[in-house]
Design a protein around this ligand. Structure first.
Ligand code: PLP
Length: 352
């Protein structure tokens, strides 16, 4: 059935193995982030032999489904007060930033006879999750009073909301905060989680502070791209997720719509360029599956004209395609996320 996404598990295995080697040779543990592909077990199971320690996801439903592995499970999104019991039950570690949430985790952990680990997130400028520096001492003192919570470490998240790039300054600040906490509270902080795929460029340039000993990595593993400067990583594949869609109309037509021009299917005013007559194809895939801005035709002769909810219109001039043929597109992070949450897209796994 089409549309479908073909996932090359061998290439993914290569990517995760190499990224994990890069990290572990720098004494950095990896949390492999699975939310982009809804933690699909057909993707996770074949890569479990690689010796990274953690699987991480932002949704409890996804983490709950990973009952087939002993790898530690990490909730990346701050826990909701309404899911605390499940968080403690199905995960080993959460990123946290609210004392009320941490207290609730403590209660649930004590009820479940567990010691539950947390990473306290610190705000360093990106303005998503994290406590402000002035509140650190209070938070640490409060956490240390809780008998069923272990403060595993501190962490930061960057380049998500505020587009802030990790550098020696902000990550250096995180290291300084860690040392301060250790001295003031006379404790040892095991883990400094120094961000996501946007921190990887520092590692490659040997600029990552050596105290950073954990990274949470989705994009580099899945798309071979660090997310600070969007550079491709050598030796990793960037074509693991391929969308295939079928041609349902193929005709020579003008490029300029004719008649009274108003709005398109989404209420937008679009300006169209007259390029004369082109061989136009309609593919049976649309905005509700994946958005065309986030997919790249594999055949470089193919150009995307536009899309509506269920149709993708492409230029196939000077190609040999026929009605019923299948066109392939490389997906990026956003379109892969869309594809995996769409029930209309079949998934095929290549794994010989
Ligand atoms: C999604 C997420 C990540 C992974 O980000 P990538 O850019 O895909 O590596 C890491 N940390 C947190 C908190 C996240 O939500």
């Amino acid at each position: 059935m089409y549309p479908r996404v073909v996932i090359d598990i061998n290439k993914l295995h290569n990517n995760i193995r190499k990224t994990n080697e890069l990290l572990s040779s720098n004494n950095i543990s990896m949390m492999f982030v699975t939310k982009c592909f809804s933690a699909d077990e057909n993707i996770i199971k074949p890569i479990l032999d690689i010796d990274f320690e953690y699987l991480a996801d932002s949704r409890i439903e996804n983490l709950k489904s990973m009952d087939y592995t002993d790898k530690k499970k990490v909730l990346l999104r701050l826990p909701m007060l309404s899911e605390i019991h499940e968080v403690v039950k199905y995960t080993d570690l959460s990123l946290v930033s609210e004392i009320e949430t941490i207290t609730a985790l403590n209660l649930a952990a004590s009820e479940q006879d567990k010691i539950y680990e947390v990473i306290l997130m610190i705000e360093l400028g990106d303005l998503r999750e994290g406590i402000l520096e002035k509140d650190i001492d209070y938070y640490i003192s409060e956490i240390l009073k809780l008998s069923s919570i272990k403060l595993k470490g501190i962490g930061v998240n960057l380049t998500c909301y505020g587009s802030v790039i990790p550098d020696e300054e902000n990550l250096g600040e995180l290291v300084r905060i860690k040392k301060d906490i250790e001295k003031k509270h006379n404790i040892i902080i095991d883990m400094i989680s120094g961000g996501n795929s946007s921190s990887v460029h520092l590692l490659m340039e040997n600029r990552l502070p050596k105290e950073i000993n954990n990274l949470r990595i989705g994009e580099v593993n899945l798309f071979a791209r660090e997310s600070a400067y969007l550079k491709k990583l050598d030796g990793l594949y960037d074509d693991i997720f391929i969308l295939e869609a079928q041609i349902i109309e193929l005709k020579e037509k003008p490029t300029l719509p004719y008649g009274n021009i108003g709005y398109n299917a989404f209420g937008e005013k679009i300006s169209y360029k007259d390029e004369g007559i082109k061989m136009r194809a309609i593919l049976a895939v649309g905005k509700q599956d994946v958005d065309f801005e986030n997919m790249t035709p594999i055949d470089e002769r193919v150009r995307i004209f536009g899309t509506s909810s269920d149709h993708l219109i492409v230029d196939l001039t000077d190609t040999e395609y026929k009605l019923g043929d299948i066109l392939s597109f490389k997906l990026n992070y956003v379109s892969t996320l869309n594809a995996f949450t769409s029930k209309y897209i079949e998934k095929i796994y290549i794994n010989e």
